[in-house]
Design a protein around this ligand. Structure first.
Ligand code: SAM
Length: 274
């Protein structure tokens, strides 16, 4: 399956060429971000780890250096071919597969890593059921997430308010998980283990750069829009830039970071399947 998006999920083929340049960890922060997974999941060399929605290997490639091997699945060949071109890619065993049908036996993994994927899949509950199936009885789901970035920083709220008001409501909504993962998973019987592991850093972004990311359709929140809908959104954002940012080209400091939470699956799932 190589279409860019469907009612079921949003596949990232079209982002492969610019994904790492626009979504990578800030320079010098990658090792610290990856160490959060190791700490949250008590991972060590030899731990069996799967990343679902592995993409270009932003997480899996450096994580594989910690644990020896990482398995990865994704529906985007283009994203995975970026991964294959990276140093260390030989430590990632890739499968082109749907997160809803993981090509692994039950109880195969000590940890499953998911980063920025569940909001892209309509049946995200089916994905977490699959993850529970492939986890060992003591295995954990590690959910990683950027916070305070451009998409969620209050510094840019005037831009997002204008954008939301201009775009059809059904296209503003995410197709998959809409809540925070730490609310959604416990409601399905998953147990949050301990406090999140968190790394904070500052990034510099200008309001104008937000406009440009939208105009170039770099974010998946623009992919379902027609050209006319995008134009309307951009006009609203342009007006917000003029009204709220005296120097839109000037970078602003965003206090942001990355965090990882560990969850244990509902025990009845584990008992009935393993
Ligand atoms: C936002 S990217 C995140 C990539 C990587 N986890 C990271 O943090 O850099 C989401 C990835 O999920 C993949 N994806 C979307 N729906 C999927 C599905 N049903 N099964 C497997 N992968 C899927 C996309 O193709 C994309 O590579």
């Amino acid at each position: 399956m190589n279409e860019h998006s469907s009612p079921e999920c949003i596949v990232f083929d079209r982002a492969a060429d610019f994904y790492d340049a626009t979504r990578g960890f800030p320079q010098g922060q990658e090792a610290a971000a990856i160490a959060l997974f190791a700490a949250a999941g008590h991972l060590r060399h030899g731990s069996r780890v799967l990343e679902v929605g592995v993409g270009t290997g932003r997480v899996a490639v450096p994580l594989a250096r910690h644990v020896g091997w990482v398995y990865g699945v994704d529906l985007s060949r283009a994203m995975m071919s970026r991964l294959r071109a990276k140093a260390g890619a030989e430590r990632v065993r890739l499968s082109e597969a749907n997160a809803l049908r993981l090509p692994f036996r039950a109880a195969a993994f000590d940890a499953v890593v998911v980063v920025h994927v569940l909001h892209l899949i309509a049946d995200w509950q089916g994905v977490v059921r699959e993850i529970a199936r492939v986890l060992k009885p003591e295995g954990v789901l590690l959910c990683g997430e950027n916070f305070g970035g451009v998409l969620h920083n209050s510094v840019f709220e005037p831009i997002w308010a204008a954008w939301r008001a201009a775009i059809p409501q059904e296209k503003v909504e995410r197709i998959g998980l809409k809540q925070r993962v730490e609310e959604a998973l416990p409601s399905l019987g998953w147990r949050l283990l301990g406090e999140p592991q968190r790394l904070t850093y500052t990034v510099e972004r200008s309001p104008q750069s937000v406009y440009e990311m939208l105009a170039s359709r770099s974010w998946s929140n623009t992919w379902r829009l027609s050209d006319a809908e995008l134009e309307r959104g951009l006009a609203a954002v342009q007006a917000a830039l003029q009204a709220h940012y005296p120097q839109p080209e000037q970078p602003l400091s965003l206090s942001s970071g990355f965090e990882v939470r560990a969850f244990q699956p509902p025990q009845d799932t584990v008992n009935s399947q393993n």
